[in-house]
Ligand binder design. Structure first.
Ligand code: NAP
Length: 498
């Protein structure tokens, strides 16, 4: 990327526009603290204009045959594939995840757009028999209208597309508000849809703080649904505001994801899974492994394997393919994670890491050492979402103890168990309180064709991606067609005919 700080406007009604006298903010490379791009701090009036455009564009987009909408999505997926390398670099530079993961983020977006393009030729409804003669009953899926997509910074191209592609294929028009510190990644997403030829107003892009832009979007009565991914506090605020207008609010929130390692586990396999799950994306995945629940019979052995491996785990320049972990995403993230590490030092035993890295390139960015604490269950670090490279290790006596610990948190997103006992594995699928359970694999690794989401404070009951994506963005209409040429009364005529 050139050193010039590129300026972006808002994307409203098919045009990049900069409102007069607009205030601006910059996105920052967390590996170097250098500015990347500059964005408009939109006002509530700008949000109103974006919703105006989306509302105006809605009837024609809704009436565009879904397979044609799919063709446009397919073009967007192809364009993003052509741009994958460049956009992956931007992801790494703006968010700090290592380049393999930056490219993976973009690949997930490509995969999902392609998957949704195919949905244009499905969007299945149901046909159901009637209780009356000469009567046909079916359901169809209909767009909701203008929807808001509000997204976090940790998957800055994948998560926006989980929402945007699903909303578009189902005939909605969109106002997209990305996380402020990864707005450039978001702009690259918008540029792909623009280049694919999406009609004006179908996708609109507004940047600025959640408290101003996000709030204005949620409170606009014309926005019929909000799809939000982020933290619990902001999610609750969005939910409450949406509730006043009885609008559909879809929430994907935090996690405190456990991996259980039983005494019969393949330990070398589990080691790779724990390293990737806990320290991939510097622990800043909603599905990151933040609790390692270890059976007492393998406790000492596995912990020493883990600490030995961490000695050779490289933390550094995320653009270098040899790097295992890059910086954390921002100054705010660094501050919050270091605060949790300080808490951990008081209530638990530090095994390794536990510090901000300094010297050389570390002084230019927000680098934290991969950190492990041994702790009892119940400490703050073992129960609260840290969202950083900090792993709490908890010793348990048996499977029952492991499940009790795993489930005793406020979140329920992802979970994993390593065991060679097939009965125990299936038992865990039933017992673990989480939207996702992996067997002999880490807590991370979602695939776009399967539903994604969690229980308890992780959300409010919905799922994203997979077939659930269509449910999120559509209303079901039930249709009755009576071709008997007479008035037939359900429950009354059907009962007397029986
Ligand atoms: P965040 O602070 O909650 O922000 C998420 C988005 O909401 C950003 O676009 C933010 O804008 C906006 N926002 C903040 N306050 C708002 C409000 N009151 N009204 C409307 N919008 C508001 O979360 P984050 O720090 O970006 O992301 C980290 C969190 O996301 C973690 O808790 C993680 O577990 C969760 N997450 C969950 C999933 C999942 O699928 N379950 C996936 C990824 C991440 P600004 O950027 O301008 O503040």
């Amino acid at each position: 990327m050139s050193s010039k700080v590129e300026e972006f406007g808002l994307f409203i009604n098919g045009k990049w526009v900069t409102p007069p006298k607009a205030a601006r903010f910059q996105t920052i490379n967390p590996a170097t603290k250098e500015p990347i791009s500059s964005f408009v701090s939109a006002t509530p009036a700008d949000v109103t204009r974006a919703v105006d455009a989306a509302q105006l564009a809605f009837p024609a987009w809704r009436d565009t045959p879904a397979p044609m909408r799919g063709e446009l999505l397919l073009s967007a997926a192809r364009l993003l594939r052509e741009r994958k390398s460049a956009v992956g670099q931007i992801v790494t530079q703006e968010m700090g995840k290592v380049i393999a993961e930056g490219l993976g983020d973009v690949q997930e977006a490509i995969d999902f757009i392609g998957y949704m393009a195919g949905e244009g030729r499905r969007l299945f409804g149901e046909t159901v028999p009637s209780e009356l003669r000469s009567k046909f009953c079916l359901t169809v899926r209909q767009a909701k209208g203008v929807v808001a997509c509000i997204t976090p910074w940790n998957f800055p191209t994948a998560i926006p597309n989980w929402k945007i592609a699903a909303a578009l294929i189902t005939g909605n028009t969109v106002v997209f508000k990305p996380a402020s510190n990864t707005a450039r990644c978001a702009a690259e997403v918008v540029k792909v849809y623009e280049a694919a030829g999406l009609p004006a107003g179908v996708l609109n892009f507004v940047t600025g703080s959640g408290g101003v832009v996000g709030k204005a979007l949620v409170e606009d009565p014309r926005v019929r649904a909000v799809s939000f991914t982020g933290g619990v506090d902001a999610g609750r605020d969005v939910y409450v505001r949406g509730a006043h207008q009885l609008k559909m609010v879809h929430l994907e929130l935090g996690g405190k994801n456990p991996v259980i390692i039983m005494d019969d586990a393949n330990l070398p396999l589990a080691l790779e899974g724990v390293l990737f799950g806990a320290f991939g994306t510097s622990g800043q995945r909603c599905t990151a492994t933040s609790r390692l629940i270890l059976h007492e019979k393998v406790y000492d052995e596995f912990l020493s394997m883990l600490t030995r491996r961490l000695k050779t785990f490289s933390v550094g320049d995320p653009l270098d393919p040899a790097t295992g972990m890059g910086p954390v995403a921002s100054e705010d993230q660094e501050k919050k994670i270091l605060e949790y590490i300080a808490i951990g030092k008081k209530e638990a035993k530090l095994v390794c890491g536990g510090e901000k890295l300094t010297g050389g390139l570390y002084d230019r960015g927000y680098y934290i050492a991969p950190t492990i604490f041994e702790t009892r269950h119940g400490t703050r670090i073992s129960k609260e979402e840290i969202f950083g490279p900090v792993l709490s290790v908890i010793k348990v006596a048996d499977y029952g103890d492991a499940v009790r610990v795993a489930n005793d948190v406020d979140y329920g997103l992802s979970s994993a168990i390593y065991t060679r006992d097939v009965n125990r594995a299936f038992r865990a699928v039933e017992d673990l309180e989480a939207g996702i359970t992996y067997v002999n694999a880490p807590t991370i690794g979602a695939e776009v064709q399967l539903p994604f989401g969690g229980i308890k404070n992780t959300g409010n009951g919905g799922r994203e991606a997979g077939s659930a994506a269509i449910e999120e963005f559509t209303e079901v209409k039930t249709v009755f067609v009576d071709f008997s040429d007479k008035l037939q009364k359900a429950q009354i005529d059907s009962e007397s005919a029986a």
